[in-house]
Structures are given as C-alpha cells and as structure tokens.
Design a protein around this ligand. Structure first.
Ligand code: 13P
Length: 287
C-alpha cells in the first residue's frame, strides 16, 4: 500500500521506535526491501536519491515500478516512496511523477531561503496528501554528489523549519553518509535533545544509518528519532555476496551466468540487512 510517511512516523514517534528508509537502486533492491517489510509486517520507506532516480531512467519509471511491484507482490504494509536529498526542481519532478513523500534538502541555502522554499513545498505537499522532510545543518560525507561538511544543526533554525508544518526533520548531529572514519566523534546527543526540545513532537530523521553502533541508534530513538536512513550498508552486503558468488566460480558453472542467478545472493544479502535493521529500529510487527 503506497502511503505518505506522515502517519507511519507519527505512530513510530508515539510507539518509540523508528521506521527504516532503505535507498533503492534497481528492481532487485526494491523487491528485496518490499518483501522483507511484508514478511516482518513492518512499515517501510523506499528512498530514491536524484542520482539513483537518473540511473533508473527517471522518477516516472521508479514510481511506476514501485506501484506495480506493490500490486504484483501483494504488499499490504505501508510503503512510502520518498525522494532523498531532493533539490527544489527534483522535488517538483517527484510530485509530478507520483511519489508519496519528498525530502527537500535546503540545508546549503541561507536559512531564510531554506525557510522560504520549504514553506512553499509544505503547501504543495499538503494539497497533494504527500509528506515532506526538511533538513537543517548538514550530513557529513558524500552521497550521490550531495556533499556536506557535517555541521550540527542550530536548534533554533530547526524550530523555524519545523513550525512551517513539515512532517519530519533531518537535523545534522554529527552523522555522516557512507562509512564512518576511525576518528569519528560519535553522534551529538546534546544537539539531538536540544532540537527535539524545541520542535516538540516533530519526528526526527537520522541520516547516515550505516555503521552507527547499535547503542547509539537506540539512544537516538529514545531521544526522538523516528526515521533512520540506510543506504551504504545494503550496497556493501550486496557487493560482498556478489563477490563471493563470482570468486567461488559459480557464474561459470551451468547457467550460473544467468542474471537471475548472478544477482540472487546479493538480493538475499539485502534482505538480511534490511531485516537486521528493522529489528534494531523496532518496526517489526508495527504495520
Ligand atoms: P548511509 O549511506 O550512510 O547509510 O546513509 C544513507 C542516508 O542517509 C540516505 O540519505
């Protein structure tokens, strides 16, 4: 069932758990995430970066594929199709393509401009019944060309954006896209607590879910995080399982070169990663 992320995140907030956003890259990724969510009776958010959207030939293709797959696979758990780190133009493309949720990442604009553009998108999303995520501060590292310095969010700016009526807010709290460096300082729980105090019941979003220790994830959920984004970890497990298959020479045995066989271990590995994350985030059985 394709829905906006609004209700699932409000339920997560009230129930003290988090819904996972798993970024998708192709048909196998999408299928693995959807089947795991259904098997575990968990709500789920499919994240699509602008780069991944382009790779899949455009947001219309992604939207059509996800809707058809939900139907063909009889997926009854709540699924949101969400633009990840959207530009202003990208947001409008996804609204038109039939996504159910978008993130407008205005964090690199001066706060006044971030407020102005976010405000405009709040009105459009409300009219369309879509959910909207905004960002303040930045997520460190790089994801599909989106680069951030990783500065912690200013709680007062978070309040300004939250007050516009967004459905979820990503606040930079020292989190990083991709692998965490050995000298990483950890999440700033001080910033997280201050942001939540000023933004009240706003569901907060933790980007950079790959590689954050389990105890930090749990503490972040305790302090108000209701959505956690995972991308790199599925890529790493997919790559490792595919490597193992090829290194074992299985592609050379019989019809092991058939893409349905070649990509199967990677697709299974994604399922396992998604399952572990859903268990950690507490969303199992919450559909
Ligand atoms: P990771 O790639 O670090 O898991 O981050 C995902 C993310 O935050 C998507 O926006």
């Amino acid at each position: 069932m394709l829905v906006s992320a609004k209700e699932m995140l409000q339920k997560a907030k009230a129930g003290h758990y988090a819904v996972g956003q798993f970024n998708i890259n192709n048909l196998e990724w999408t299928k693995s995430v959807l089947l795991t969510a259904q098997e575990l009776n968990s709500p789920v958010i499919l994240g699509v970066s602008e780069g991944a959207g382009k790779y899949m030939t455009g947001f219309k293709t992604v939207s059509a594929m996800v809707k058809a797959m939900i139907d063909e696979l009889n997926i009854t758990v709540p699924v949101a199709l969400h633009l990840d780190h959207g530009t202003y133009d990208g947001c409008y493309k996804c609204i038109e393509a039939g996504f159910s949720s978008i993130m407008f990442d205005g964090s690199h604009y001066p706060i006044e401009e971030n407020v102005e553009k976010t405000k405009e998108l709040v009105a459009v999303c409300k009219e369309k019944g879509m959910s909207l995520e905004a960002e303040v501060g930045s997520i460190g590292g790089e994801e599909d060309g989106v680069i951030g310095a990783g500065e912690c969010a200013d709680p007062n700016e978070c309040k300004m954006i939250a007050d516009l009526g967004v459905d979820m807010l990503a606040a930079g709290i020292g989190n990083i896209h991709g692998k965490y460096p050995a000298n990483w300082q950890g999440l700033s729980f001080e910033t997280l607590a201050a942001v939540q105090q000023l933004t009240g019941e706003m569901p907060l979003v933790l980007h950079g879910g790959t590689g954050i220790p389990d105890d930090m994830i749990k503490k972040a959920i305790d302090l108000g995080v209701s959505k956690i984004n995972v991308n790199t970890e599925c890529q790493l497990t997919f790559a490792a399982a595919t490597r193992e298959y090829i290194e074992a020479g299985k592609d050379l045995q019989g019809k092991g070169y058939d893409p349905r066989k070649l990509l199967a271990p990677g697709a299974e590995a994604i399922k396992q990663t998604v399952k572990e994350k859903m268990e950690l985030f507490g969303s199992v059985g919450k559909a």
